[in-house]
Design a protein around this ligand. Structure first.
Ligand code: PMP
Length: 392
């Protein structure tokens, strides 16, 4: 097959999709109005799929911090931290994140995607084994590939399956990194973390937890599932992102292992990319303070999540297994999901459409993510839109 030939099939599939649907991959936010509203395709929409869990993208403290930083320090760092040096803000944010988690070390990366690539590829190599939950995010899979380690998947959220693999690995367990997530991004379900921690301790393996969707969302202080499940000391590495509850972009890893600090010297995704710009660092630091000082945002988020989840369930939609700020409606047929998604757009509600093969078990889903910034009225309007399109 000639080099570019493989795109033909892709182009045909795309053309077939946009014959009957608004192009889901080219939705343009023409004007953002608030964390929960925007003009899309000339129409005012409720944004119901943003990952903006605490609604901090327009928080005055975050805006002020970002604006001050951009005027004082410029628009970008124009280089990597290894070659060009760190700005004070990078080191301060790392210290603040380490303190927030009560850990000795923190390394900040330029995105959450790069954090997974950078940490996994630095920690593991050809001699090592990675045991990965089958439903882990693409960035985790890509990090595994980059590491060159032997990668074995275990059934999603199945400690029994993980146990079987660890038993089989025997002495190699001390060279093994287990990777799971706090809240899973597709269905909003949570890892049975205490059981995973017990297994990693029993077999002397290491455990990495991606709290991308649980930071600021779970735990009394917002430290995620490890806090909520009371197993923080059992997690070796916590990875997270600034692009969801913290309302910016960037990623990080915290750990008590001294080797974490040394990963900076070998982690290519840390070394060979430009560091985060000062305004992003500044707004993220402000958002991290807010996570700790305004727990009422978490209360509001969960109240909104409950309102949406319970109502959609009542209406007969097939949802993820547990209440979560990620509320995913599952559809058996791809075409049904596409029609429904277009119907929601017409009614002024924008959600994420996930089509095969991206969704678990080959299904299609429309994923809402709730924000503390949604009003009850907005949640009710989302529910009404779902109700009006329901095939009864
Ligand atoms: N990990 C998980 C579990 C995610 O869902 C995502 C993003 N959806 C990432 C990592 C990557 O984060 P970012 O978008 O900040 O690069």
């Amino acid at each position: 097959m000639a080099l570019l030939e493989k795109f033909r099939q892709l182009a045909e599939a795309h053309e077939a999709l946009v014959r009957t649907s608004t192009d889901p991959f080219r939705v343009t936010i023409e004007r953002i109005l608030s964390p929960t509203e925007a003009i899309v395709n000339g129409k005012q929409m409720i944004l119901a799929g943003t990952n903006n869990y605490l609604g901090l993208t327009f928080d005055p403290e975050c805006l002020d911090a970002a604006a001050k930083a951009v005027y004082e320090q410029g628009t970008g760092t124009t280089g990597s931290r290894m070659a060009n040096g760190s700005f004070n803000g990078h080191a301060a944010l790392e210290r603040e994140l380490a303190d927030f988690y009560g850990r000795r070390w923190c390394v900040v990366f330029s995105t959450g995607y790069l954090a997974n690539l950078g940490v996994i590829s630095a920690l593991t190599g050809q001699e090592d084994v990675i045991l990965i939950d089958a439903d882990c995010h693409a960035s985790i899979y890509d990090g595994c590939r980059m590491s060159g380690a032997e990668v074995i998947r275990f059934h999603h959220n199945d400690p029994g399956d993980l146990h079987k693999l660890l038993r089989r690995l025997g002495e190699r367990c001390t060279n093994t990194l287990i990777i799971v997530e706090g809240i899973y991004s597709m269905l909003g379900d949570q890892a049975p973390l205490s059981e995973f921690v017990a297994l990693k301790k029993e077999y002397g393996a290491y455990l990495l937890l991606d709290e991308a969707h649980s930071l600021g969302v779970l735990g009394e202080q917002g430290r995620g599932l490890s806090e909520a499940a009371h197993v923080e000391s059992g997690i070796d590495f916590i990875v997270g992102t600034f692009s969801k509850s913290l309302g910016a972009t960037g990623g990080f890893c915290v750990s008590d292992h001294d080797e974490m600090e040394l990963t900076r010297y070998v982690s290519r995704p840390y070394i060979f990319t430009a560091s985060l710009c000062p305004s992003v660092i500044a707004s993220t630091r402000a958002a991290l303070r807010i996570i700790q000082t305004r727990p009422e945002l978490r209360t509001r988020l969960w109240n909104n999540a409950r309102r949406l989840y319970d109502r959609l369930k009542e209406l007969g939609f097939k949802l993820g297994p547990t209440l979560s700020p990620i509320v995913a409606a599952l559809f058996d047929r791809r075409e049904e999901a596409i029609t429904f998604w277009n119907g929601l757009l017409e009614q002024g509600v924008y959600v994420n459409m996930i089509l095969p093969p991206a969704a678990p078990e080959g299904g299609s889903l429309l994923r809402c993510s709730v924000s503390a910034a949604h009003t009850e009225e907005q949640i009710d309007r989302i529910c009404q839109a779902f109700e009006s399109l329901r095939v009864s």
